[in-house]
Design a protein around this ligand. Structure first.
Ligand code: GLU
Length: 498
């Protein structure tokens, strides 16, 4: 391990961060913390065509919400900035020129139409077109044209790009901390554009130059970048720079079927794929997930702690994390498991915190209830809740009397003699001084015992009068919370209506 571990998360602000991106950030964060290193955030915004307004702010907010802050990045200068590539634009041209001078790269003047034309011609002859050793001599570049013509073109302002001159036949050995050794022959690789005609670098050049200048020691990124690794190796060698270690994280796969998790899967199956809402897509935050749950399930998507523990706090994750235990195979996304995690973290919350969560959904309806009442409601319902919103939707009867009664249940449990029994019960309840669940239980049980009727003959219809349905926590708990007056009013009301 180098003296000081420095890792970076380098998103392009082309839209909202996908949760796969959040996982990449998280693994970088965990690795940095584990090795007392620095976690750098670099915004890779050199492609102006793909720039999306608000995307950078979104990324910052998402990391903050997840509780995985960066040590260096936009607004957190630490001697390696600026951290937005658009603000580093002046840096890259020099490096592209260095490669041209050393013969590792060249100017190319082909227009898009010319390339299109050439490609068409090749394909008509049954060949695929790759801009590399096979074709570069036939194309319009500083390798095929005489030097004087090249200078004329440049001097007259002809647009050009700078391409990397990929060696014709070099067997490369790449190494990846997760995947091990990878062999590749440069024969099949193309001469990638490093510098564009608009004066901006492409991803490849800017990324390598910045990783070098920012002294990045470990590049931890998604598997989709693995095909670029050979070129990146080439560039490091061409500059004579020491390479960082590389680790390519496995894909996050669709819940069912083949391929990687997409926004469409989320829409189809009804789960978020973004940490925060973006346009029409709901985010984990807005769907009522806790950041601890999101961090925990993301950590487990493609990594394990070496035993069967599944619940791990951020601190525990830092302690346990290692790249060696990141899986090679893709990680299947399981929406039910994300709920399971949220359920767990919801149970960990104090009741008063849950009350505040609940208020986010239904502040006006709840404003007439005291916090201590709401805390008790939450205490009764949370065990069955995955989200704070569940407490609200499943516990409406704690806030207003049932508007109607479950028909099927009423048919089954509201018999000819039920109204009389309920009225008798009201008489009994009216006489009670204490309305605690335990008092209620003992009084009702002895009354039912005396009457020699089945317990269900009272309890089911009683629940129906209070809740409107047969669901919910214990009837006596519900009555205690509703209180004497409200409980009796609800029974009377049901007797009238059923
Ligand atoms: N800007 C690239 C992205 O959007 C960074 C890839 C890398 O980490 O090298 O993912």
């Amino acid at each position: 391990m180098p003296d000081k571990v420095r890792v970076r998360f380098a998103p392009s602000p082309t839209g909202p961060l996908h949760i796969g991106g959040v996982r990449t950030a998280l693994y970088n964060y965990l690795f940095a913390r584990k090795h007392q290193g620095s976690f750098v955030l670099r915004i890779e915004d050199t492609d102006q065509n793909r720039f999306v307004e608000g995307a950078e702010e979104y990324i910052l907010e998402a990391l903050q919400w997840c509780g995985i802050p960066f040590d260096e990045g936009p607004g957190k200068e630490s001697g390696f900035g600026p951290y937005r590539q658009s603000e580093r634009g002046h840096l890259y041209g020099k490096y592209a020129e260095i490669l041209v001078e050393s013969g590792k790269a060249y100017y190319a003047f082909d227009t898009a139409e010319q390339l299109q034309h050439y490609r068409g011609k090749m394909e008509a002859q049954g060949h695929t077109f790759i801009y590399n050793w096979q074709n570069r001599e036939q194309l319009k570049n500083s390798l095929s044209l005489p030097e004087s013509e090249v200078s004329d073109l440049i001097n007259s302002g002809t647009p050009y790009v700078i391409r990397y001159k990929m060696p014709e036949d070099q067997k490369m050995e790449l190494s990846d901390l997760i995947r091990g050794q990878i062999e590749i022959d440069t024969k099949i690789l193309d001469d990638k554009v490093l510098f564009k005609s608009d004066g901006m670098p492409t991803y490849h050049l800017a990324n390598i130059v910045d990783d070098h200048l920012m002294e990045i020691t470990h590049v931890i990124r998604g598997e989709e970048w693995l095909p670029s690794l050979a070129l990146h190796y080439q560039l490091y060698d061409a500059f004579g720079w020491e390479k960082p270690a590389f680790a390519h994280l496995p894909l996050i796969l669709k819940p069912v079927g083949k391929g990687k998790l997409s926004k469409r899967d989320g829409e189809k199956l009804g789960f978020p794929v973004f940490p925060l809402s973006w346009e029409q897509s709901i985010g984990y935050r807005e769907a009522g997930y806790y950041p601890e749950a999101v961090v925990n399930f993301l950590a487990m998507l493609g990594w394990n702690p070496g035993d069967d523990r599944e619940i791990l706090s951020l601190d525990e994750l830092v302690e346990l994390f290692s790249l060696e235990r990141v899986h090679k195979a893709g990680a299947r996304f399981d929406p039910d498991k994300t709920k399971w995690y949220n359920h767990h973290y919801l149970q960990q919350r104090t009741d008063i915190k849950l009350v505040n969560d609940l208020k986010k959904y239904s502040e006006p309806e709840l404003s007439s209830f005291s916090d201590s009442y709401l805390e008790k409601v939450v205490g009764l319902l949370k065990e069955r809740a995955d989200f704070a919103l569940d407490i609200w939707t499943q516990g409406r009867y704690f806030f207003s009397p049932p508007e109607n009664y479950n028909e099927k249940a009423a048919k089954k449990h509201w018999k000819n003699d039920t109204a009389d029994l309920m009225m008798e019960l009201v008489g009994l309840l009216q006489k009670l001084d204490s309305f605690s669940a335990s008092e209620l239980e003992s009084h009702l049980k002895s009354w039912i015992g005396q009457k020699e009727i089945g317990f269900g003959k009272i309890m089911a219809p009683l629940r129906l009068t209070l809740v409107g349905d047969l669901k919910g926590p214990g009837v006596f708990d519900i009555m205690e919370l509703l209180g004497k007056q409200e409980s009796i009013a609800r029974i009377n009301n049901a007797v009238e209506r059923l």
